[in-house]
Design a protein around this ligand. Structure first.
Ligand SMILES: Cc1ncc(COP(=O)(O)O)c(C=O)c1O
Length: 388
């Protein structure tokens, strides 16, 4: 009898050894489940760092991908494309808040890099204020405003501008730290890597007021918390606080790499030909998927689904090792009595994939917006079966 065919797995020796690897051997995925080589079906509540917002193999996403690939796989930004114009229109309408202009790039870090560059140039100032616990990306400017990067991995000999960190949630420090020398304040309204820390409306509204008073640009980094993850188009909509710029990535293409910088009219008014640029940003594939993602979120009522099931997680998952639930929508932090990495491992042993965070006692959940009641019940039952 012939042995069952096994897939050939190339040795990983030629990959840069910069990522710790989970013990998870994924071969493919469908809906909210990953399938492993040894036949397990794993409920994915992490989505590849918040990217797979529509789960896997969503038929309308695949149709958009295939149709655009067949129609026109690429043309540069020098060639005007209908699909690019449509993506910008859909995305800026989705955001509202007077953010009427989109610049498309490729990654979250690149979006933040461009937002910061614009703010520094518009104001002619040299200082950027960020918030303790922040994560904004790995490039020179984005890394400079990322909390703790200099000590951990930054690598550049110096930051490209002056940076000051604001204590998280400290309303009293806002007036002291943000002044007429501040070009920009960059903030994740709900901090992701920090462990799903919702900064709250009073803090964000106070940042808005202070930026307005000092003519500093307020940048909401919604790379992780935006594009529907909070159950609103952006966290800015949830709080009713309009920044001058929003950066988006991750869920924006639901798996296709792309990012966007959304700007208020007074920011866009400063732009001239050649000020910003990228080869791949705004490519037709990315734009077709951005348009499809907005369309799917809106037409399938996924914002309401996120809000409803996020409330269900809050109500039912205070079991086993979980002592609290924090964050907003599907940027959820389960505060755990025991180390989060132990709880994460135990959940994976029970076929549920979650993430951790910079907080050693927070398990981070970045569930797909297409989650169903039964999946929340599966999570609750698994948590309840773990030691407290
Ligand atoms: C809030 C936030 N900003 C920026 C980034 C960087 O995005 P990218 O990895 O696409 O450069 C991340 C990535 O985790 C993030 O969570």
């Amino acid at each position: 009898m012939q042995a069952a065919p096994t897939r050939w797995v190339p040795p990983a020796d030629h990959l840069a050894p910069v990522y710790a690897q989970w013990s998870l051997d994924v071969v493919d995925a469908a809906g909210v489940y990953l399938h492993t080589r040894d036949g397990r079906q794993v409920l994915d509540l992490y989505g590849g760092h918040a990217v797979a917002a529509l789960g896997y193999s969503h038929p309308r996403l695949l149709a958009a991908l295939e149709q655009q690939a067949r129609t026109l796989i690429f043309q540069s930004n020098a060639v005007p494309l209908e699909v690019r114009a449509r993506a910008a229109l859909r995305l800026t309408r989705f955001a509202g808040l007077g953010l009427n202009t989109a610049f498309f790039i490729n990654t979250g870090a690149e979006a933040n890099e461009n937002a910061l560059k614009l703010a520094l140039r518009i104001t002619g100032r040299r200082k950027v204020v960020a918030v303790e616990g922040s994560f904004h990306g790995r490039t020179a400017a984005a890394g400079a405003v990322t909390w703790g990067a200099a000590q951990k991995w930054y690598g550049f000999p110096q930051a490209p501008f002056e940076v000051e960190f604001l204590p998280r949630g400290d309303l009293g420090a806002i007036e002291r730290v943000i002044g007429t020398d501040t070009a920009a304040v960059i903030v994740e309204p709900v901090q992701g890597v920090a462990g799903a820390r919702d900064l709250g409306e009073p803090f964000l509204a106070a940042l808005r007021a202070r930026c307005t008073a000092t003519c500093a640009q307020l940048i909401f980094d919604e790379v992780q918390c935006g594009m529907g993850r909070t159950g609103f188009p952006f966290a800015a909509n949830m709080y009713g606080v309009a920044p001058d710029m929003i950066t988006a990535a991750k869920a924006l293409g639901a798996g296709f790499p792309c990012a966007a910088l959304l700007m208020a009219d007074h920011v866009a008014a400063h732009l001239r030909i050649d000020d910003l640029g990228t080869t791949f940003g705004g490519g037709p594939m990315a734009c077709a998927l951005i348009e499809a993602v907005v369309d799917i979120i809106e037409s399938e009522g996924l914002l309401a689904n996120v809000r409803r099931l996020a409330a269900q997680i809050r109500e039912t998952c205070l079991v086993g090792p979980v002592t609290g639930v924090q964050g907003a929508g599907f940027l959820t932090g389960l505060r755990t009595r025991r180390p989060a990495k132990d709880v994460q491992r135990e959940l994976l042993e029970r076929d549920i994939l979650t993430g951790t965070s910079a907080d050693p006692h927070v398990v981070r959940i970045l569930a797909p917006y297409v989650l169903e009641d039964a999946h929340v019940a599966q999570l609750r039952d698994a948590l309840a079966a773990l030691p407290g």
